[in-house]
Design a protein around this ligand. Sequence first.
Ligand code: SF4
Length: 381
Amino acid sequence: MKITEVTAKSILRQHRRIDSWFLSRYGMNLFRGCTHNCSYCDGRAENYYVDGDFGIDVAVKINAVEVLSRELDPGRKRKPMKSGFIMLGGGVGDAYQPIENKYEITRQVLELIQHFKHPVHILTKSVLVKRDIDKIKAINSNNRAIISFSFSSVSDELSAKFEPGCSSPSERLEAIRFFKNEGIACGMYLMPVIPFISDTREMIEDAVKKGTDAGVDFIIFGGMTLKEGRQKDYYMNIIQQQYPELSGSYDQIYRSDKWGQASGEYHTAIHAVFKIIADHYNIPVRMPLNLFQDIVDENDRVVVILDHIDYYLKMSGNRSSYGYAAYVISQINEPISSMKWNLRHLKGIGPTIAKVIREILDTGTSSLYNQLIRTHYANHY
Ligand code: SF4
């Protein structure tokens, strides 16, 4: 392992629009590289420009706390920050990978987030996050903290093969119980499921069942991307060593898409399986409104609810233009309530969606959205 200490000019990254999967408005990478070394990690892909041997080498942004304390300081800003979760994790390095034990940068970042009273959403595959329960509880009492763990399966055996540096799934599930007992909301990101290995009905059901038993508030599901180049070469090498009989199957679903997306048929098939299971366990498949409605501003609330409606409709095989409407609203800077009666003039917002938006502005939610979540709906939207 080679650790390089680097300095960064900026740390906080503002998203161009709210992320409806994580509800984040801001994100950051405190490390570049990750010794969790998941074989499918897309941080390996060339477009992230992570130097060195991914999985072994890590660059640590040693001035992150100093830079971030300036970036979060409202006294240094001309405009107040957008309200919304600051996301810690994902990207090109887990915020709780082993080197965090030595540097404690993530812990100090949580102190800043607590000090400036922002909400935080942490996504990790390490139970080291339990170390920071004091800070997480303090943030949650000021504002809100959500702790999410990602899983490619809940099999400790598979995880040892595909995620050799991570806490085992059993440990992650135990950590979910720990945080729930402390009154902290938790999510399970069941992504990426590993094609032909952890995407079977039995494996997905095992994960959903164990996640709901542990008390997660929601489960977000997703497949694996495999970009040509470093990421695909590394991953396929592991498959050839461990599951040589599966190599050919990957060519059938990954057809050199620029973003490494699997084919639409495969995507539809695994989501259909997940939907049946999620319905059976009655678990929200998007972050529930009660966890974010008081955190985001009115435009972002509309964007997220429209995006979530889009997801629920498409998941059930319906056509939907709600996702495009969410994009249109996300491009508007003025408060959407000031345009409440002119929404129909916006491209992509017809009378039905305009009515849904007005309902969200008036009540904070939407009856269609609530109906979809309850999953008791007919296929006529
Ligand atoms: S924990 Fe996340 S960032 Fe780290 S190697 Fe695994 S997928 Fe990549």
